[in-house]
Ligand binder design. Structure first.
Ligand SMILES: Nc1nc2c(ncn2[C@@H]2O[C@H](COP(=O)(O)OP(=O)(O)OP(=O)(O)O)[C@@H](O)[C@H]2O)c(=O)[nH]1
Length: 346
């Protein structure tokens, strides 16, 4: 086994009590014995993405089928299509870009809904490609400090846990800071993720000062040789001024130890809030200097198109997307996969 594999296998055993999925060793089976029961196959990421986005893709797919079955492409059908795309939260600009591309050279003929879905996928991919950027962890920054921001309930804490698992599986040392000191449940939740992933968690009682906690967490990360420090933060957007002060203080205080930190500020967005996510990007962009996005809960919504509208409007890098609560349900964002999944292609 290669060193990397060994490390990953050891890590996953700690996390789940077993190693990564692998084909069973061939066994000598007596001819008369019944075949072994099939090993349940773990769903691939593509399948999970495709299934996760199925509510979004079927809303769009059904709209396309309804519009283009037995009707010619003309201004009327294109307008109806534009409405379907806007309803699916892709935004007016992207919707008109798509209908423009579909209309080109196809007027007054009947077209197959599958052809519409193909054009949709390639236009969506073109919008998303510039923002699909992996989160690059600069090894020169040790630890690489990631500040996680977002409104309560967006999936911030869960995403931190999933990232800790991912980085751990890559053989990186991770420390977690329970900086959402406002909510006792968030602190407890992070401690559980720490136990599952083997990452030390710096936590204090509810109501403690988030900035001094972040300071201690950075100090510990340096001492314990962490590669990554993930800092959770409060997300009470109801009190913008207070939240802004708190985030600014966290940044100020960690910069006393490393003036280049935080090295990434990731905004976690819940896809189910639809258009509301646009204003969250705007507000957190202003108050927290967001450097990249993670979109969660794409599995629970027909509003996955919002990611396309956000990409088009803000051009911020999208690093990861989440399609479920499981530790494996977060993956680096791929423009092509997302575009094909939302267009309902296989
Ligand atoms: N279906 C689904 N649920 C998710 C996903 N990501 C997170 N969740 C769930 O969303 C809920 C909220 O997640 P949290 O991680 O607690 O959210 P948070 O932003 O930290 O919220 P606070 O702790 O309230 O600040 C939890 O029940 C998560 O399991 C996802 O991709 N899909």
């Amino acid at each position: 086994m290669a060193d990397d594999d060994k490390q990953r296998s050891g890590f996953l055993t700690r996390l789940f009590g077993r190693g990564p999925e692998r084909a069973p060793e061939p066994q000598a089976v007596p001819e008369s014995s019944a075949p072994p029961p099939p090993v349940p196959e773990k769903k691939s990421w593509w399948r999970r993405l495709r299934d996760g986005l199925s509510r979004s893709s079927s809303a769009i797919g059904q709209g396309i089928t309804d519009i283009f079955t037995k009707r010619k492409l003309d201004a009327g059908t294109l307008e109806e299509l534009e409405d379907v795309l806007i309803q699916a939260d892709l935004g007016v600009d992207v919707a008109s870009r798509i209908t423009g591309a579909i209309g080109k050279g196809r007027f007054d003929r009947q077209i197959d809904p599958a052809e519409v879905r193909d054009v949709l996928a390639s236009e969506v991919e073109a919008v998303l490609a510039p923002v699909a950027r992996p989160l690059a962890l600069d090894p020169a920054k040790k630890p690489f400090v990631i500040l996680m921001v977002g409104v309560n309930g967006s999936g911030k804490t869960t995403t931190i846990g999933k990232l800790a698992a991912k980085f751990g599986a890559q053989g990186r040392r991770v420390t977690l800071a329970a900086g959402d000191t406002f909510r006792a449940a968030a602190i407890e939740q992070l401690k559980v993720w720490g136990e599952r992933t083997g990452a030390p968690v710096v936590a204090r009682e509810q109501g403690a000062d988030a900035a001094s906690l972040a300071f201690d967490a950075l100090k510990l990360s340096v001492e314990n040789g962490s590669d990554v420090l993930l800092i959770d933060t409060a997300g009470r957007l109801q009190n913008k001024a207070q939240l802004m002060d708190e985030l600014a203080k966290v940044v100020r205080v960690i910069r006393k130890q490393d003036d280049s930190a935080p090295h990434a500020v990731l905004l976690v967005l819940d896809a189910t809030v639809g258009q509301n996510a646009l204003s969250q990007v705007e507000v957190f962009g202003k108050i927290a200097g967001v450097t990249g996005l993670v979109m969660t809960k794409l599995d629970g919504t027909a509003r996955g198109g919002i990611l396309v509208a956000i990409a088009q409007r803000f051009g911020l890098p999208v690093h990861y997307i989440g399609v479920g609560e499981g530790v494996d349900d977060l993956e680096p964002f791929s423009a092509r996969d997302f575009a094909r999944a939302i267009a309902g292609l296989e």
